[in-house]
Design a binder for this molecule. Structure first.
Ligand code: FAD
Length: 404
């Protein structure tokens, strides 16, 4: 008899945990495991704000997938998923096809632009190593060009960040460190630089404790960030944005606009015809797509409701990794056709938003933390993710040891 074929799409947090756990839990004779990922490397999505600002080299935020998986057990295919045909049970890739008996979709998120015109064309995102490299270079180019022009364009030194959520705030924190360095390097007066954060919601960091929000906003303001809270981006245009507050429209000239205000599930999920909300599928307790017992969906492509408040959990690496563990267990049960599947319940240990070097805010095990303590915890969390995926050797290679 043919071995069941397990195909895992995406080698992010969810996908890599699934594969590294499954390769240990089942024997070579029990199943064929294939992992498909766009690049031959994994990147730490949660570190991309640093690579994008240029405070951490992008190579520090990625590692080779083949160094992490058991290559005797798992076949790695470097390719891009184009579509999923769930009836024919196959995945179409840019350069071929793979058939599956069990599928895991862990393709992460795409930016949610809420239909705001011009964002796709003119704004940068914080989404991948490619986007991070481009954004870092773009910002540096603006600073490098400023003094070269006879007629100085101050908009080259204006950076607008759309969104004061987790990603926006963490990116602003890095800019707070990076921009003074750029000013020094390119002989630019810091007073000429504007860093503007535009947020439509009535507060920065929605969902965070108000005391922590105040701390974060004050800290960033001290580093020169202007906040426009309760202000919506109406349109992104070449060389700027149009914002509105209480019917007052304003155009802000800026050569750099970064959209960090929301994510949706990977478009492949939507296009495959799964019932979804913004590209995220409300999976069953075992992490399977409703009506498709052979398809598991995890990470940012999955929607899990927090019953206490009857709202979806925000998509996080923390949840993606926990789902990877449960997904691997459940795949083993499905492959063997015996045992009982585990149900997934998120175990939220907390969350910490960094504010640049040596500062952060967050809640860990129910305790509020700010400053160096929070920053220390952030690095511990970052190192723990490495440990979970690749063990101590990966921590030694890629870990953050400048703990204080
Ligand atoms: P990912 O880890 O993003 O992986 C998806 C993988 O799929 C990638 O390797 C990608 O290359 C691949 N892929 C995508 N499309 C295709 C395709 N078509 N074909 C082939 N491969 C493809 N969460 C936290 O818990 N804590 C934090 O502090 C935190 N900070 C964050 C900071 C930033 C700047 C950002 C952007 C996010 C942060 N998050 C944080 C959220 C977290 O990064 C995501 O929730 C998490 O990465 C989701 O994991 P995933 O496995 O679903 O997807």
């Amino acid at each position: 008899v043919r071995k069941p074929r397990v195909v895992v799409l995406g080698a992010g947090y969810g996908g890599l945990i699934t594969v590294t756990r499954l390769q240990k839990q089942i024997g070579v004779d029990e199943a064929e495991i294939t992992l498909v990922n766009k690049n031959d490397y994994h990147y730490e999505t949660t570190w991309l704000h640093e690579a994008s600002a240029g405070t951490l080299h992008h190579d520090r935020a990625r590692y080779q997938i083949k160094d992490i998986i058991d290559n005797n057990r798992v076949k790695f295919v470097k390719d891009t998923v184009v579509s999923i045909d769930k009836e024919a049970k196959k995945v179409v890739l840019e350069n071929g096809e793979v058939e599956y008996d069990y599928l895991v979709i862990s393709l992460g998120a795409h930016p949610e632009t809420f239909g705001i015109q011009g964002l796709k064309e003119f704004a940068f995102g914080i989404t991948s190593i490619d986007s991070a490299r481009q954004l870092r270079e773009h910002i540096e180019y603006q600073f490098a060009t400023y003094n070269m022009e006879a007629e100085k364009k101050d908009e080259r030194l204006t950076i607008v960040v759309g969104g004061a959520g987790f990603t926006g705030i963490e990116f602003l924190g890095e800019l707070g460190n990076r921009v003074p360095e750029l000013c020094k390097e390119y002989d630019i007066d810091f007073k000429k630089v504007r860093i503007i954060c535009v947020e439509a919601a009535p507060t920065a960091l929605p969902g965070f404790d108000p005391e922590l929000v105040d701390y974060a906003v004050n800290h960033l303001q001290k580093k020169g960030v202007e906040f426009r809270i309760g202000t919506a981006i109406k349109e992104c245009i070449e060389g700027g944005i149009i914002v509105a507050k209480d019917d007052q429209m304003e155009t802000i000239k800026a050569e750099t606009v970064v959209w960090a205000a929301g994510v949706r599930g990977n478009s492949v999920v939507e296009e495959a015809g799964f019932e979804n909300m913004r590209g995220r599928v409300k999976v069953d307790g075992y992490l399977r797509a409703p009506g498709h017992e052979d398809v598991f969906i995890i990470g940012d492509c999955a929607l899990i409701i927090n019953e206490e408040i009857n709202r979806p959990y925000p998509p996080t690496a923390q949840i993606a990794m926990q789902q990877g563990e449960v997904c691997a267990k459940n795949l083993a049960v499905a492959i063997r056709e015996r045992g009982e599947m585990a149900t997934f319940t998120p175990d939220i240990k907390g969350s910490v938003a960094s504010l640049g070097e040596n500062d952060a805010v967050g809640v860990v095990f129910g305790k509020k933390l700010v400053g160096t303590k929070a920053s220390f915890m952030k690095k511990v969390i970052d190192n723990r993710a490495l440990l979970m995926v690749g063990g101590p050797s990966l921590v030694l290679k890629k870990g953050k040891f400048n703990l204080l």
